[in-house]
Design a protein around this ligand. Structure first.
Ligand code: PLP
Length: 341
């Protein structure tokens, strides 16, 4: 498909309408066969479960153009599985993983002209999501749902690319100990908006959330997991039942261990320890791995030794290897790359 005439190098992280999107409806206990459509609007009951009680979940992944001109997606099977978990926790029907992957492939293929060219720094962001479309007035799961996937070409999530970020330790909580922090529910984001707007007003890029029960342990930011590097080059990442299991983080830990030969620890991380780490990064599909230069705790600054100018050396190696695999420059572990065309 001929590439669209976009200013690829200067794309920001925002929604741009593309040609086709996938839609499937769940009615009378079953998903229909689904189809691609040009209609970018949704018409649902005024009393739809998503509008009244926020019954919705979503996913996010990217499609890339590789060096040799193929279009690939990164680990869509993991997104399919995670969305199943999200749906189950929200009492929604699951969308079968093999159908999820097929719908991703069809959506990307139908919008191949919007997949940014290799080397542009941009990617096609793919957004699967599901919501309660049927009416509910008493608090209960809906009987009807819609599953959709749209795609939109995006530039880097954090403007300025590799420039280290400043986080602030938030007084707000992101996720309750036995709540929904571990699933990709829209409601987790609704309740984080006030916290992020407040952080931005105060000049910070992101919030660092601590565990809601004790406010002593590091959890994650609003939309990305956290990885630390110790002074002796060990990778440490927080373990908690209320962190969203990032596919990027899982992949980076595997890369650290199997490609870079580093020791990897997933364990509880006390905020007290943060001052002793050498590097810190935020990881997620949108962020890839973005370096953190400074963490501010109620006016007290923790400056990472890696500084405010560049990525730390280990963060850089992780970034280069992961993006190398995604762009086809480095051979990835079996099953990580789904060739679309
Ligand atoms: C989506 C998300 C992430 C990143 O997950 P990836 O699978 O790596 O994209 C991290 N934290 C939260 C809260 C998220 O919603």
């Amino acid at each position: 498909m001929e590439k669209k005439n976009l200013d690829w190098a200067n794309l920001d992280f925002s929604y741009k309408k593309t040609d086709k999107r996938f839609v499937s409806n769940f009615r009378n206990g079953a998903w229909d066969e689904g189809k691609l459509t040009e209609d970018d609007t949704v018409t649902i009951s005024e009393c739809a479960g998503v509008l009244q009680y926020s019954q919705s979940c979503f996913e996010g992944l990217k499609a890339y153009t590789t060096e040799d001109g193929r279009i690939v997606a990164f680990r869509p099977d993991m997104n399919a599985k995670r969305m199943e978990n999200s749906a189950k926790r929200l009492e929604m029907p699951t969308f079968p993983p093999e159908r999820f992957i097929d719908a991703v492939v069809r959506t990307v293929k139908a919008n191949a002209g919007y997949v940014p060219p290799f080397g542009s720094g941009a990617t096609l962001y793919v957004r699967p999501y599901m919501f309660a479309s049927g009416p509910v007035i008493g608090v209960a799961p809906s009987d009807e749902y819609q599953f959709r996937i749209f795609s939109t070409p995006v530039g880097p999530y954090f403007k300025g690319g590799a420039r280290p970020l400043t986080l602030c330790v938030s007084d707000f909580d992101r996720a309750a100990p036995n709540g929904t922090g571990h699933i990709k529910a829209g409601l987790n984001y609704a309740m984080s908006l006030h916290a992020i707007v407040t952080a931005h007003k105060n000049g910070f890029n992101e919030n660092m959330y601590l565990d809601a029960a004790t406010h002593t342990k590091v959890e994650e930011t609003g939309g990305a997991n956290i990885i630390f590097v110790t002074k002796d080059n060990k990778i440490v990442t927080p373990k908690s039942g209320s962190i969203l299991p990032s596919i990027t983080r899982l992949s980076l830990l595997e890369i650290a261990r199997d490609y870079l030969g580093l020791e990897v620890e997933e364990r509880e991380v006390y905020f007290e320890e943060v001052k002793d780490f050498a590097e810190c990064g935020l990881c997620g599909t949108a962020a890839v791995i973005s370096p953190v230069g400074k963490i501010v705790d109620h006016g007290k600054e923790i400056c990472m030794p890696s500084g405010m100018q560049n990525m730390g050396p280990i963060t850089k190696k992780l970034y280069d290897t992961l993006t190398g695999i995604q762009m086809g420059r480095v051979e990835g572990p079996k099953g990580w790359i789904k060739v679309i065309e």
